[in-house]
Design a protein around this ligand. Sequence first.
Ligand SMILES: C[S@@+](CC[C@H](N)C(=O)[O-])C[C@H]1O[C@@H](n2cnc3c(N)ncnc32)[C@H](O)[C@@H]1O
Length: 253
Amino acid sequence: MGYNPCLMDLKDVQANWNRFGETDPFWAVLAWPGMEEGRWDVDAFFATGREEIHQVMAYVAGLGVEIGRDAALDFGCGVGRLTQALAHYFDEVHGVDISEAMLDLARELNQAGDRCHYHLNPRDDLSLFADDAFDFVYSNITLQHMPPRYARGYMLEFLRVLKPGGLAVFQIPSRPRSAMQRLLQPIKPTAAWRWYQRLRYGDAPVMNMYGVPRQEVVRLVEEHGGRIIDVQPDDNADAAWESFRYAVTKSND
Ligand SMILES: C[S@@+](CC[C@H](N)C(=O)[O-])C[C@H]1O[C@@H](n2cnc3c(N)ncnc32)[C@H](O)[C@@H]1O
């Protein structure tokens, strides 16, 4: 993806998430009220990950899709909340994140031994992985925090790294509920918006929210060898957004 000085890029995303990782990592991952400024209890925090993955695997079973249990990818793994939980279901789990600060903590807190591998990936693709590498790809509350042109690219990468017959389950908001926020959307991935945020918040990290319309996600996936097998409304994003969770398989041919 070519560099354009008028747009926010992955370096901006990375700088934000490194600052979050250094200042309040658990709250930056799960911004539950009352948990800011280091108030998350670490065991309670990781328990939310086990509960989430337990529900996701029950959901997968309900789809009637048989998937292998060799390898899973957790895209936007943060401190490994879901990566470690996935290691109860898969022999090997690879967590990928753009923030070194988050990954340092993920490695420090990892209790799943070498079933979990953590990778720094500042790139706009997943070229660190071969084609057809994973039985399962999972991503939650991550694609929503980057300008949509990157989210689109990663969704295609999920398809590339998925084994034929594998399953990707990912969440991404579709559009803001308010008309005013919808008007702001084209401005938010720009450098002008970043400068405005710098003036307003100084060096403090900012949690930017973006989305890709549902019909565009469906079209993108179907035009690139994926098959959407389910779409569910999702309440993981900010309540100000309509958001969906997509379940996608990659055909065997
Ligand atoms: C809200 S946290 C969620 C972490 C994890 N998915 C969870 O639910 O526990 C979002 C994570 O996405 C990561 N992230 C943002 N943009 C990314 C990108 N382009 N590639 C990989 N990770 C990214 C951030 O560094 C952060 O750790």
